[in-house]
Ligand binder design. Structure first.
Ligand code: S3P
Length: 193
């Protein structure tokens, strides 16, 4: 795809950002099936490429190497695909190059959840998230709060506090449709003979 900036609004990839465990993957699956699009989970793609889970990739290659793979994968996706629903790893958006690529080519949607609600999910995800391991609760909260300002660089945000994954997807689709109809109305079609 030569110039991603020419992609019509309603065909742009939708990139889901937010902290680990906020529901990017489950909401992404619902969004993709409701919009008849492909879903891409960046972490799962990297896991497939290396035939090992993220925790093992961190151990075997180190975080820096993981971040480089994450960047290459996402930047390529931004410039060479359209119509995808993409779940980004929670640390991906901290990389300037990833932010630039996503914000200039795609719709970036921040899935928000408050610290108090998020805390209750920690035990469900800690074993598979190396970034959360060997940290105190205070350190995790610092990481959580620090990242919120990075996630604020988005096109749209949704607070998922009171919504299950399907409800969040439906809400997101309503807001997307509003934007699509306003800024990229469907083209008039010629009547069939
Ligand atoms: C990370 C988040 C993870 C995964 C990796 C690092 C992070 O993805 O990319 O463990 O630094 O926040 P999820 O946000 O999908 O859990």
């Amino acid at each position: 795809m030569s110039n991603p900036l020419n992609v019509p609004l309603r065909e742009k990839n939708i990139m889901l950002i937010g902290f680990m465990g906020v529901g990017k993957t489950s909401i992404g699956h619902h969004l993709a099936s409701k919009l008849y699009r492909d879903f891409v989970d960046v972490d799962q793609e990297i896991e497939k490429q290396h035939a090992m889970p993220i925790t093992e990739i961190f151990k075997a290659m180190g975080e820096q190497q993981f971040r480089a793979m994450e960047k290459d994968y996402i930047v390529d996706l931004c410039h060479n695909t359209r119509l995808k629903i993409v779940s980004l790893g929670g640390g991906a958006f901290l990389q300037e190059e990833i932010r630039q690529a996503c914000l200039s080519t795609s719709i970036v949607l921040f899935l928000e959840l408050g610290w108090e609600s998020w805390k209750k999910r920690l035990h469900l995800i800690v074993d598979s998230r190396p970034v959360l391991q060997h940290k105190s609760m205070e350190e995790i909260e610092q990481l959580f709060q620090f990242r919120q300002q990075i996630y604020e660089l988005n096109h749209s945000s949704v607070n998922t506090e009171q919504l299950n994954a399907e409800e969040a997807a439906c809400y997101i689709i309503e807001t997307l449709k509003f934007g699509w109809d306003m800024y990229d109305p469907p083209r008039a079609t010629l009547p069939l003979e």
